[in-house]
Design a protein around this ligand. Structure first.
Ligand code: FMN
Length: 201
């Protein structure tokens, strides 16, 4: 098995973290790799708000207020030393596709001209690369939805209005006692035969 295969096969969402900070430069290394993900017209219209150490409370105090924590299943999730909030910028794509080499596509006219939200696709691929980079460094990561209080969190962190929220990533060393698996984890993995429609649907 190649290292790549091992990284892909071993990556699992981590929901319990040790509180130790990441090594110096480690976050930048992960983001540098994630930034190598493909992006339409090399627009690279994705951003991360990084909350580190005590700053992570700025996320959790809004998303999971203290009075709700006693019944929260993943208590060591809140120990993650880093919480990243990922955003995609649709306007970076509109601007890029209004440039001379792309203007014939018509996609520079506005967000409505786009048949698919490439900003979301690209940001998702970058986040996936970051999850794999974390696994490669022996870190754990959980991508999770910013379900509750999204507006409040965005406002408190000064996120510009036009940004589309992709999700949050908790990042750090896995806790020595792993949390149980997520409720969805026992679902069977689809086989290639179920996924591929050979020669047409
Ligand atoms: C877009 C997206 C949103 C997710 N949201 C959550 C979430 O809110 N909470 C959570 O515990 N896991 C969340 N997950 C993790 C999935 O449950 C997990 O990827 C899936 O069960 C497969 O498990 P694995 O990634 O460990 O192989 C999310 C995953 C994705 C891709």
């Amino acid at each position: 098995m190649t290292e790549f295969t091992e990284v892909v096969r071993n990556r699992r969402m981590t929901r319990a973290f040790a509180p130790e900070p990441l090594d110096h430069g480690q976050l930048d290394r992960l983001v540098d790799l994630a930034g190598r993900a493909p992006s339409a017209g090399k627009s690279q219209g994705w951003h991360l708000v990084a909350l580190e150490g005590d700053e992570t409370a700025r996320y959790w105090d809004v998303a999971l207020p203290r009075e709700r924590r006693a019944t929260f299943r993943w208590s060591h999730l809140l120990d993650a030393p880093v919480v990243l909030l990922a955003f995609a910028d649709p306007h970076a794509y509109v601007e890029r596709y209004a440039q001379d080499d792309k203007s014939s596509t018509g996609l520079g006219a506005g967000v409505e001209a786009w048949p698919a939200p490439y900003w979301t696709i690209d940001a998702s691929m970058a986040v996936m690369t970051l999850l794999l980079a974390a696994e490669d460094e022996g870190l754990g990561a959980l991508l999770f939805a910013v379900f509750r209080s999204e507006e409040e969190i965005r406002a408190s962190l000064g996120v510009p209005e036009r940004m589309v929220t992709i999700g949050a990533v908790a990042l750090g060393r896995p806790h020595p006692e792993p949390a149980g698996r997520g409720r969805s984890a026992s679902r069977p993995r689809r086989t290639p035969a179920e996924i591929v429609h050979r020669g047409g649907w």
